[in-house]
Design a binder for this molecule. Structure first.
Ligand SMILES: [Zn+2]
Ligand SMILES: [Zn+2]
Length: 238
């Protein structure tokens, strides 16, 4: 029987909210390794166990092939006692201790999400809060570390069955994407008008906002990290 080795790998830098745990999962399972990965206040910590050649292959190029939004400052690994067991899992985050990991900035909507946004057949067609593992809000919504949905402002929005399935599927591009939502769950748009502000009646806040802009109104559009002021610059009233 071939010898088995187990190593603990700690990755520091901007490694939370950037798809790093799904990346580790895919890499480890692709090499047939057992073990687990978790977010900790120190960074992402993985333990991998298997044939020494596969363990070495896992550790090599882990930083070089990291997801596009990750910024890896350091990778430490050390041998730990073999624990046995099969399969690779993403385990619940460990809190406590001083937070030393970095939070990803908000990231502009990616090409894949833009394509879904414009696709009438997609369930997120024109969904204003579209996001995935590689784009969307991060710093704006984080309330604590490690970066997990429970430590974001999305914690109050339970995922619908479809979103929960995407979130749990290692082959889905929203696997462990913390801000995942859709028109059936998650935040809603609303339009406030008047003084004091009250919610506008009418079904579609976007259609009503367009009508107001055409009439010369000035709107404050709440986005990630703040407000944009919007008006029709060619309208004399505005
Ligand atoms: Zn995206
Ligand atoms: Zn949903």
């Amino acid at each position: 029987m071939e010898a088995v080795q187990r190593r603990r790998v700690t990755v520091r830098g901007v490694v939370q909210g950037v798809g790093f745990r799904p990346y580790v999962y895919t890499r480890a399972t692709g090499l047939g390794l057992a073990g687990h990965v978790t977010n900790t206040p120190e960074g992402v910590v993985a333990e991998v166990e298997g044939a020494p050649a596969a363990v070495l292959a896992f550790c090599e190029r882990l930083a070089a092939e990291a997801p596009p939004l990750a910024v890896v400052d350091a990778v430490d690994h050390c041998e730990v006692p073999v624990a046995g067991g099969a399969g690779f899992t993403i385990v619940a985050s460990r809190a406590g201790g001083p937070a030393r990991t970095l939070v990803s900035p908000d990231v502009a909507t990616c090409a894949d999400c833009l394509a879904e946004l414009a696709d009438p057949a997609d369930r997120r067609h024109r969904h204003p809060f579209i996001t995935c593992t590689h784009c969307g809000p991060r710093f704006t919504i984080v309330t604590g570390l490690p970066y997990d949905r429970a430590h974001t402002t999305m914690a109050r929005f339970p995922m619908c069955a479809d979103c929960a399935r995407e979130y749990a599927d290692p082959t889905d591009r929203r696997f462990h994407a913390q801000p995942v939502a859709c028109p059936a769950c998650g935040p809603r748009l609303r339009l406030l008008v008047g003084t004091p502000p009250r919610e506008a009646s009418g079904a579609d806040p976007v259609a009503e906002a367009r009508r107001l802009l055409a009439d010369g109104a000035i709107l404050a559009v709440k986005g990630l990290g703040g407000y944009h002021l919007a008006c029709d610059a060619a309208h004399p009233g505005a």
